[in-house]
Design a protein around this ligand. Sequence first.
Ligand code: PLP
Length: 456
Amino acid sequence: MHGAQLDAIEREADARRHLLSPAEEMAKLGEESRPLLAYGEGIYVVDTRGRRLIDGPAGMWCTQVGYARQEIADAIAAQAMKLSYNSPWYTTNSPAAELAARIAEMTPGDLNRIFFTTGGSTAVDSALRFTEFYNNVLGRPDKKRIIVRKDGYHGSTNLTAACSGRAGNWPNFDIEQDRIVFISSPNMRLADGKSETEFLDHLVAEFQQTLEELGADTVAAFLAEPLLASGGVIIPPKGYHARIKALCEQHDIVYISDEVVTAFGRCGEWFASEKMFGVVPDIITFAKGVTSGYVPLGGLAISEKLLARVSGENAKGSYFTNGYTYTGHPVSCAAALANIAIMEKSNLLDHVRAMSEHFAAGLRSLADLPLVADVRSNGLVGCVECLADKTHVVADDFDRKIGARIDAICFDLGLIVRPIGHMCVLSPPLIITREEIDRMISILRQGILQAADELA
Ligand code: PLP
């Protein structure tokens, strides 16, 4: 046996014995370990058994510029030697300041004040905590409810998990329910025969009715992804965000756009809210693509209008305390600056825009295959929804295994797919070429056909 393979077997045993993964089937704890990745290059990862795989989900929607980028590694090493840490309570650092200024240039409207966190969950959590602070300082202690959508995903802190509509994720956890209110997923597949415009009117009416029932003066925030990524790349009807935002403005409700997936090029823009989805939010959260996953970093951009109401002479002696040790970490911010420099130098946003139609056409070419019930995409994020009888809308237990089945087949053929229940999600590194998209779609096609044969 080859030495590398022996090492892989030993490490897999360590993983089985000692690692707890973020999605662990407890009945099988210690029985299986996930494939162990050895290294990555470009859009590929190679496991310790030598299998070379297209990274179809870009890790977890994050490896925008791909693996093994020397410029990012150099920036990390240089910053670690220059200033590896500073206390954000008493000091700040140059990469954090520069990155905040760069991000403020990229955000829409007046979202010019940036707070850095350690990832997406802490970014959304901080946005919600800021909203609490905001209403308390404004003397509105009862304005505390948060409206979210079924199928949404916002993270894994207690509060962000409670805001995540895929309730099946959290059995056996004590999830806060009092303040969180769920409204419908804006999923055209649930439109029940309505046209896109009729469905939009229906969703807006539901939001309005929810405000009336709750009392708008008890609602602090509307929290929404521009497209619901983990929910299965659900793209709302055109005009959805703008119509909901107008109601939020009318009722002084903070509109938080969770761009943890969609920011930094995924949809062909630095931020998708305004240019792709027609809305200028009050707060935007981001993470993942900001460093292309090289090191953890997240953050939020807050509107000056919001801040003006609770700062300066309106501060009423308040302190905004949300004290992460690693806020504005210099090494993470240096990595983000290097990542953004690569994206700019290679015109990556233009590349995503150029590839997105080819990607969409590739997905559409799968639509007539057995099992495939729907395909949808935006930029370089897409979903193939698979159901045993192709036609029904709600997946049953049998359907829920289809995504994992297709993923397992594709893995052997050289592609990682992200199975989410009955759905296969693809969000490749943004540097993917036309030919690599073709290869990815071709493997997925084989995976679906083989799964259909096995399931028949
Ligand atoms: N928000 C959205 C839209 C996400 O998709 C995710 C993670 O996938 C998060 C928040 C949580 O981010 P993190 O896993 O970095 O904490």
